[in-house]
Every structure is written in structure tokens, then in C-alpha cells.
Ligand binder design. Sequence first.
Ligand SMILES: Nc1ncnc2c1ncn2[C@@H]1O[C@H](COP(=O)(O)OP(=O)(O)OP(=O)(O)O)[C@@H](O)[C@H]1O
Ligand SMILES: N[C@@H](Cc1ccc(O)cc1)C(=O)O
Length: 328
Amino acid sequence: MDAHERITRNTAEVVTEEEIETLADDPDGKRAYVGYEPSGVLHIGHMLTANKLIDLQEAGFEVTVLLADVHAYLNDKGSFAEIRSTAERMRDQFIAYGLDESNTQFVLGSDFQLDEDYTLDLHALELETTLARAERAMSEIKSGDSVKVSQAVYPLMQALDIPYLGVDLAVGGMEQRKVHMLARDVLPSIDREPPTSLHTPLIADLGTGRGKMSSSTGVTISMEDSREAIETKVNDAYCPPTADPDPTEEGVERENPVLQVFEYHVFPRFETVVVERPDEYGGDLEYEAYETLEADLESGELHPEDAKGALAAYLDRLIAPGREQLAE
Ligand SMILES: Nc1ncnc2c1ncn2[C@@H]1O[C@H](COP(=O)(O)OP(=O)(O)OP(=O)(O)O)[C@@H](O)[C@H]1O
Ligand SMILES: N[C@@H](Cc1ccc(O)cc1)C(=O)O
């Protein structure tokens, strides 16, 4: 697999294609980052962006993980002291999951976001941005119903983090795209380059296939789940054999989170995937590509229960090393 393929696999969008090609032509020593609001427990949604960081490291990039403590505070996620202590736990979880420690820089937002230069640049961006634009950028990120002033400052700080961290590439899930588009528009006003960004797909809630898997609502699988917990949650997961329109939103299809986890977590990390079945039901099935498994589920060749059994086993293999390391 060449660098471009590794960098762009399993992405929903890159901005822009030409800029990514330039980075992929000479990736050595280039820098990429993802920021996370510290929430204490790494879940398989977060791990999708972590997989992308691992891809980027393998392609030659240096990687920064921003533990965005000030952002979490501005987004009403708790007291500053609580957020700080969960940031430390999250760092250990990333390393346990497989980020190369010697090649990963962990930075706390508050280490640089409270400096005078940063603050003055932030105020310059505030002068350039309407409240309506900041609010739009936060539509899929903000917690709570109303937009507070702190949440209007939030996307401008996220934009400013990119030049202050000195990164060539900003990575995030699709819900971060409006912040990155805002960054492209406003950073030139303070003589900074418009940033290149890469967005990963969002994994839906495991129980319903709706919305985004999150640690605060719905059903999620985290780094701390036992094998039994994984089996129970996967067993109860939403997994229709064919696309199923969402009855609550006319015409909108729900995602199949079981297939999403196979596509974005299992197939990128295992050469072949074996679904074990008793001989009387046709015996084991072996897959080398995600698309074949998806087609078999759709045609009925693969039963959702068998797919779920295999998914729980592979997810446990992915999570177990980190879980064990954290327990030590
Ligand atoms: N369900 C998901 N699928 C894919 N990526 C996700 C998912 N949830 C979070 N991420 C990615 O992880 C990064 C950090 O997200 P964030 O800190 O908002 O996590 P969160 O789980 O949504 O937070 P919370 O649990 O408080 O709602 C973002 O780039 C985001 O796109
Ligand atoms: N906005 C990200 C967190 C973040 C904060 C600052 C950044 O520079 C980058 C990302 C989230 O939703 O979790």
C-alpha cells in the first residue's frame, strides 16, 4: 500500500485532494493532529481517529494528540480540575491502544492556549467572525441546547490550535468539518495558511444505528469493557440484513453499526476475518475484504447473529491488550 492509499483509506472526506497528494508525496517528518475533549474513557468512535493516526505514523508522519482541556471546559463538560485529571487517563489509553509512544506528542490545550500571543490572535479571529458562523460551526459539537458565548469562542480556538501546534494536517470526524472550513476562511486574516484537513466517518450508536456513538449517550464500546460486556452489547446491536429506513426520520436510512465496526476497525487490522459456524449451518466463512462480508449479510448467506458473534470476538482481540495494560 503506498503512502497516499494509507493516508486516505477509510476517510469520508479530505480537504483538499491536491493538498493531501502533496503531503503524501513527501510524508516524512510531516505533522498531523487530532484533538479530543478529555472524557476519561476511550471508545471505539474515538479509536477510528486513532486508527487514522496510526496510519499516518506508518506513512511517516509525526503525530500530536491534543488533550483539549480548555475546549472541554468551554463546552460545559465539567470543572477544570475534573477535566485535567481525566486527560491524564486518556493519554494512557491511547498508548495502550497502540499509538507509537516515541512518535506521539501529547499536548494539553492549557499548555499554550492561555499565552498572551495566543489570546491576542484569538481576539483578532473574534473580530473576523460573525456569531452566526461560529454557531454553525458548532452545530454538531456543542453540548446543551443553547449556544453559550464560550461555545462561540471554541471553534476559533480550535482553528488557532492548528498554526500554534505547527501541524500540516488536521484530522477529525466528519462533525469537525465545519470548524475546519471556518479555519480555512479566517486564518489567512492573521497571516496563517489555510489548513489541510482529513475527516473520518462517524460510527453510529450501537443500539439504534442513529446519530453518533458517544460516551455520554446511547450504547458504546469502550476500552474498559470486558469480553462479556462486549458480547452483550454487540449481541443487542442494531443489525438489519438490508438498509432500513429510519421510522422517526422520513426517508433517512439508519446506519448498520455492526457493519461499520467491521469496515473501520476489524478489516483494517486483520488480514482475514473468520466467522465461525457449526457444520450444519454451512461451516466457517472466511473473508478477506469487507465488501464480501457486507454482500453476504445482504443476501442472507451470513446471518446477523453469526456476524455479531465474530464481531465481538475480533473487537475483544483489538481491545484486550489495552484493557490488560490499563489494569496493571
Ligand atoms: N462515534 C464516533 N465515530 C467516529 N468518530 C468519533 C465518534 N465519536 C467521536 N469521534 C471522534 O473523536 C474525536 C473526539 O470527539 P469527542 O471528544 O467529541 O468525543 P465524543 O465521544 O463525541 O464526546 P462525548 O462522549 O462527550 O459526546 C472527534 O474527531 C470525533 O470525530
Ligand atoms: N472539537 C473536538 C475537540 C478539539 C478541540 C480542539 C482542537 O484543536 C481539536 C479538537 C471535539 O469535538 O471533541
